[in-house]
Design a protein around this ligand. Sequence first.
Ligand code: HEM
Length: 433
Amino acid sequence: MLWRKVYVLQAEELTRIIYRQPKDYAFYPLATSATIKLLDLRKTTANLLQQLNHDGGNVGPVKEFHGVFKRALLPGPSLDTFVKCALEDLKVELSPISPVETSLRQWVDVLAIRVGTAAIWGPKNPFRVDPTLIEAFRKFDDDCYTLYAYPLPRWTATGVFNAREKLCSGFAAFYYDGGIAEASEILQRRFDVITSHGVPVEETARLDLALVHGLLTNTVPVTLWMFHHIFSNELLLEEIYQETRGLLNGDTIAIKDVREKCPLLVATWFEVLRLVSGFPSLRTTLRDTTIKNKCLLKRDAYLVISGVTPHRDPEIWGEDVSEFNPRRYLNKSGKEDLRGAVRPFGGGPFMCPGRFLAFAEVMSIVVTVVLHFQIKTADGRPWTVPKIGMGKPSLGMHKPASDLDVIIMRRSDYKYVEWKYDLGDLTMSSRAF
Ligand code: HEM
């Protein structure tokens, strides 16, 4: 990266132009080289990804690998299947009735990682077969920037290096144990595409880690921040609780109606994303271009498109730009009003395809917990939302700077209720993303 020009783009109008021209500003070259370094792929796998990564990766196996998954993540039957399976797992995870005292982050990590991966890897989900992989993933996710930044990470970043190797062994064991036969159809198709290029199982397992990372690195911290903001604020909690009660039909929770019936909860999701998303969109310039007749971008340079700048602009958000205020997305009659520039998912053809799944999963977890559980601080003191942890560069959402010990218990009025979900179809989540 040192010998290339790097342009940092902050102006919203330029960003939109870049997003719309994937033939000039490519997504895959940088994503591919970062993946190779992060996962320490063998030369043959790296060559496969790079050699065929021509035309900015708009054709070739990287696009093929991503393509299989991207299509399945769009609203439709396969996304519905993922979410249905995830909800089954959520029921199991949340079924214990006895109160538990725990670190909030630990509790959310276990819940969101298991629920987020269950549907894709199926009954032999490596995170379920070997629960110690959850801790390994946390280590990997927290410190993976050192695998790029430090020389000889085996010796200079031993902890995260070992965590990565443990995860890769766990995913390889999944294949050797025949897990793929019972996994989601989409993982099977991805496996077929990858192995058709002669990629061995150990390397497929490494590529799975990239998938797991994309799947979890944002959704897990967003879930945690949602809990912090909702449960620390009695008024907000009560209002969201009342909204979520509107989803109940007997013991069935109509997750499909969240977008329509829970405007304050949806506004909380957008406000959390605005405040904690930090990772920029990255592109490589494929040729010399001039945007808006004034800005020359030379070929073979890197573009860093700031995701943060528009989220922190007082001209867009007003004087309370740094405050958490979900009501900024509601109009006078309390309905959703999404004016403004919340852009946590990037843009153009490479805009995050996982945004619908992320919305459905995070909302399902939060709605279920708000309806059925109480969470209190373990020491009985008022719950203060932690500061954003800016200490480490993040490849996804910023995490809280500190953790909190909490007691989690079933609400007395819902103690023995066994709930069900009504998923309908997920078009509810596709508007306005
Ligand atoms: C709140 C949750 C999430 C956030 C904020 C988020 C954010 C992003 C961003 C900013 C990008 C880059 C887009 C660009 O450069 O224009 C991206 C790409 C991507 N995300 Fe997400 N993501 C989330 C959840 C997910 C989930 C659950 C998945 C599921 C696997 C996923 C899969 C992907 C993939 C595959 C890409 C690459 C797109 C491509 O190949 O064209 N993301 N995401």
